[in-house]
Design a protein around this ligand. Structure first.
Ligand SMILES: *Cc1c(COP(=O)(O)O)cnc(C)c1O
Length: 352
């Protein structure tokens, strides 16, 4: 029996996608060749890349709005550096919201290239909430935020309002909820949290913000180089791009972001309701900032831990140990997680 996979990343993917992907590894498009042994410049793979790109724009409702879509490598972690390389002017300054480990890593990289103003931070309470009363300074090159804090289980509901380009690390909640994506000028996400396998990073960038830094950018770090080569400046990670395309196609066939958001809310409510009802558990994040993707919670009676863990194991629950910086548990309930798996976890919690 397939386990109930609550892993924070790499993430659960739809069963139908895994099946299609495995078939393509053996025989892609009836070519009698594997997807991973053909040229990335072959018509068959170019079509995959194009379809993936178009699905991103369609699902985000960004078609014809001046955005380019890239599938790069190096993870979201390389974007921490690529963003300032491409958007921070020489001698310039950027504003960052510090809402967790990933935000602070992004800040560290940006500081290599320029001045960073941290407009607000929730570090004082181990990132258990999203700061709200802050002023975004004017005259900055861009403002950076992290939409969902994978480790701490918090999620931004109201994004910073700014005249400057808004940059968002959406690694762990991309395509999970309806947003006005035009409020962002640059979105990036490592595929492996909610879109596909590890090995590719999605970047959606508004063309007009590029080319203004005055900086000499190494080719591999230059968004404009990758845009001009349709994400094929060097060999793209063909398999992760293909599987991401399949997952986006799966999402579209379900009814897109609107439909998946309904399901995601339902799953999250089910779990949070039990956390709030059951005196043995308590949520780790501030209630109003709770994430619908990564549900963090603690046992209030440590002596029941062995029992809880043992039942979880027996029932096929995988990957709910909390990150070491929070402790307790983290149930990641990404797009592909069926509500039935959440029900199994909730039943176990109820039985305790
Ligand atoms: C996992 C994660 C990252 C790091 O992603 P890599 O692809 O491993 O570099 C960055 N930001 C967020 C929000 C994440 O969840």
């Amino acid at each position: 029996m397939k386990k109930h996979n609550f892993s924070a990343g790499p993430c659960i993917l739809p069963q139908s996608v895994l099946k299609q992907a495995s078939e393509a590894v053996v025989n892609f498009n009836d070519l009698d060749l594997s997807l991973i042994e053909i040229s990335h410049r072959s018509a068959d793979f170019v079509a995959v890349m194009e379809k993936a790109r178009n699905l991103v724009l369609e699902l985000m409702d960004l078609e014809g709005k001046g955005y380019s879509v890239l599938f790069l490598q190096g993870g979201a972690s390389l974007e921490f550096l690529m963003v300032p390389y491409n958007v921070m002017t020489i001698g310039g300054k950027a504003a960052y919201l510090d809402t967790g480990t990933w935000s602070s890593k992004a800040i560290k990289e940006a500081k290599i290239l320029g001045e960073v103003e941290v407009v607000a931070s929730s570090k004082d309470k181990n990132y258990s909430y999203i700061p709200k009363d802050y002023d975004v300074p004017s005259g900055v090159d861009y403002v950076h935020c992290t939409s969902n804090n994978t480790i701490f289980g918090t999620q931004i509901k109201e994004f910073p309002k700014t005249e400057a380009p808004l940059v968002c690390d959406m690694s762990s909640d991309i395509f999970s909820r309806k947003l006005d994506f035009t409020q962002f000028d640059l979105i990036y996400a490592g595929a492996q949290k909610n879109m596909g396998p590890a090995g590719t990073t999605l970047v959606v960038v508004k063309d007009e913000i590029l080319g203004k830094t005055g900086r000499k950018i190494p080719s591999m770090l230059d968004y404009q180089v990758h845009i001009s080569k349709d994400s094929m400046f060097n060999t793209p990670s063909v398999f992760p791009v293909y599987v991401s395309m399949l997952t986006l196609d799966w999402l579209k066939s379900l009814g897109g972001i609107e439909e998946i958001e309904k399901r995601n809310v339902e799953k999250a409510q089910l779990l949070y309701n039990e956390i709030d009802r059951n005196p043995l558990f308590k949520g780790a994040a501030a209630t109003e900032d709770r994430s619908n993707m990564n549900v963090t919670f603690l046992l209030t009676d440590g002596s029941r831990k062995e029992e809880f863990d043992a039942i979880c194991k027996a029932k096929g629950i995988n990957g709910i140990n909390g990150h070491r910086s929070v402790g307790g548990y983290r149930a990641s309930i990404y797009n592909a997680m069926p509500i039935e798996s959440v029900e199994v976890l909730v039943e176990i919690m109820k039985s305790l």
